[in-house]
Design a protein around this ligand. Sequence first.
Ligand code: SF4
Length: 291
Amino acid sequence: MVPTAVPRPPAHLRVVDPAKARAGAARRRRTGSPESPLALKRRARRINAVLAEAYPYAVAELDFRSPYELLVATVLSAQTTDVRVNATTPRLFAACPTPRALAEADEAEIQEIIRPLGFYRAKTRAIRTLAQKIVDDHDGEVPGRLEDLVTLPGVGRKTANVVLGNAFGIPGITVDTHFGRLARRFGWTAEEDPVKVERDVAALFAPRDWTDLSQRLVYHGRRICHSRRPACGVCPVADLCPSYGEGPTDTAQAAALLKYEFAPGREELLELFLAGRSRAQLQADGWPLSS
Ligand code: SF4
């Protein structure tokens, strides 16, 4: 019988002594001696630095070439995966390269193109209405200000910040489900309301760090700090996290929970990411990038 390999964490991840992680979590959970604002800020920035080493290739996982493409792709990504959206949008943007083209396109044709994403009738309506509004109110150009973006149909703060941060280079904090969960687990906020989470986290970091921080938290939430069983036993920020122990702390058990390019058996894919290959190149080479 061939022995089954024991799952191991990726070699580039910072290794944390479990005793140190346990002690740190216990100390930070002690209600009698709350962390000072300065200590909280320092710990938050240390977490960001460690996550930068863990995910040096973190970028927006939706493919785009312009604010228009990112805006539409973000709206389409509701209730589906970024990988699926990326497989669909090249055809959509080839058929409709501008907001005007999308607003004037044949509805049935758009439905057919985006059918694999689910809810394709509602999504077709949503992106065409959005495109029409951009044509009517902004002369066919996606606006580059938060206050204008949030007036577009179907565009909330989260989508607006994704577009500002990634397509316009304007710092933005994107509070999606992963970001909110991790910010609470890290003790950066106790709030559930995304606007209040954004406010609390913004106070801990310089604006120039907001966009990259948002990407890293989403990467960490998808690969390691899952909502149901976070892989605490292989987490590179375990000694900085008050929630250490919410998931398995055993190394092999935790490593078995890793996803995407961190998943056991995906070592070669991870090497390629770390060597600087882009998601688009890897996808073109036939690498499966889904979880
Ligand atoms: S995986 Fe565990 S230790 Fe790491 S950030 Fe999440 S809850 Fe904290």
